[in-house]
Ligand binder design. Structure first.
Ligand code: S3P
Length: 427
């Protein structure tokens, strides 16, 4: 099993232009290309396991893909019944969005994933889809993958979701585009809105009014996408935390999406005392720009609102909590338990191993800032846990095991980390 040893970091001043491209937008770019009436052009696509799996699935569904290593061109004349089982690997986004896309397509489709994904709940999409006429089967009454889908016609719906989840929302929006009438989807808190922005940019009739999205089914195919994927704020955030916990450090994270549903963790780090500045440089589908971060002593905070806006960054933010003065509190975050790992347990167990005092609750945890101690932490197959504890090592030295998962979202993570500290990687 792979492992890494990292050394304590000294102050640094860096600008990084090669943070991994955004995972959410990359998945969507290849899937949505299948709804267009021409060739979509995608630049800076995330070439990581999760998103390459989505690209492969799109090919298996009959799309024509030309990839010169820089631009991916995708055209499709409709979703075709695949010869292969469609493997989403580790990706919940891949599986849940494909459920929406395929539920109305002609044919039979089987979606599967790795052992982690096959344990994650899919009822949150298969139940509302079944309610509008979709035909799903799978273990635990279509809650667990492998899932089988028999495409069928879908009824219009007004769905009130209990979970603030962009995956569920996007799945239902994709289903609505092929339903037999105007649909509405309401969520309890606004979740990331890339699907709405991108599909609107392609000409879909989608109206957002606060928490309610109204979708008019497509009368014709959409215009092709022409997109350059910005850097992923969730990946950039590891380097923001690295900077915020290292005295005399500063960094510029270039070309990141500044979509407000994605930079809440940076706002939280700012509330803790880190010096952060946002510089808008572009605005196509999404606001895009540079994030400047500078070290300053950190203080504890409470996180209880807009959880879906920083759900992916909470493990890394917890490393900042461990280095802050006081007791930080995370509440209303039970969703963490059904991510790539049970992230409440993996964060708390990892911090405890590093000598930090924590309390665990069903929907959150507390972290008492203290002195991080070097430890051996296992990622539990979760990329964000692996990278978070590697970043903790910049304060105290650390060994982290089970690292292959990092390839699901941030393949050049170690290359960038080496600009900050000594990294001893054993494959
Ligand atoms: C994602 C939505 C979020 C996030 C995931 C990516 C997306 O999941 O955690 O990493 O691209 O739609 P939920 O919808 O389960 O909150």
């Amino acid at each position: 099993m792979s492992n890494v040893k990292v050394d304590v970091a000294q102050g640094f001043s860096l600008s990084i232009a090669t943070i991994a491209p955004d995972k959410s937008i990359s998945h969507r770019s290849v899937m949505f290309s299948m709804l267009a009436n021409g060739t979509s052009e995608i630049k800076n696509f995330l070439r990581a396991e999760d998103t390459l799996n989505s690209l492969k699935i799109v090919k298996n569904l009959g799309a024509k893909v030309y990839d010169d290593g820089e631009t991916i061109k995708i055209s499709s004349d409709g979703i075709k019944e695949p010869f292969e089982i469609l493997d989403c690997g580790n990706s919940g986004t891949g599986m849940r969005l494909f459920c929406g896309l395929l539920s109305s397509a002609k044919g039979h489709f089987v979606l599967t994933g790795d052992k982690y994904l096959r344990s994650r709940p899919m009822k949150r999409v298969t139940m509302p889809l079944r309610d509008i006429g979709a035909i799903f089967d799978g273990r635990d009454d279509a809650n667990l993958a492998p899932l089988s889908i028999r495409g069928s016609s879908l009824k219009a719906f007004n769905y009130q979701s209990k979970i603030a989840s962009a995956q569920v929302k996007s799945c239902m929006i994709l289903a609505a585009l092929r339903a037999d009438g105007v649909c509405t989807y309401t969520e309890p808190e606004l979740s990331r809105d890339h699907t709405e922005r991108m599909l609107k940019g392609m000409g879909a009739d989608i109206k957002v009014d606060g928490l309610k999205t109204t979708i008019t089914p497509m009368k014709q195919l959409l215009s092709p996408l022409n997109i350059r994927i910005p850097a992923d704020p969730s990946s950039a955030f590891f380097f923001a935390v690295a900077t915020a916990i290292t005295p005399d450090a500063k960094i510029v994270l270039e070309g990141v999406t500044l979509n407000e549903t994605r930079i809440e963790a940076f706002k939280a780090l700012e509330r803790m005392g880190a010096i952060i500045r946002y510089e808008l440089t572009d605005d196509k589908y999404e606001p895009i720009g540079n994030i400047h971060v500078e070290y300053a002593p950190l203080r504890a905070i409470t996180i209880e609102d807009n959880i879906s806006w920083l759900i992916d960054e909470l493990p890394a933010l917890s490393i900042a909590f461990a280095c802050a003065d006081g007791v930080s509190v995370v509440k209303n975050a039970e969703e963490l338990r059904v991510k790539e790992s049970d992230r409440i347990s993996t964060v708390v167990d990892g911090l405890n191993a590093c000598g930090i005092t924590t309390t665990e609750y069903q929907d959150g945890y507390t972290v008492t800032g203290g002195i991080l101690k070097s430890a051996i932490v296992d990622s539990d197959g979760d990329h964000r846990i692996a990278m978070s504890f590697i970043i903790a090592g910049l304060r105290c030295g650390m060994q982290v095991t089970d690292l292959d998962c990092i390839n699901t979202s941030f393949p050049n993570f170690f290359e960038l980390l080496q600009k900050i500290t000594k990294v001893e990687l054993n494959k």
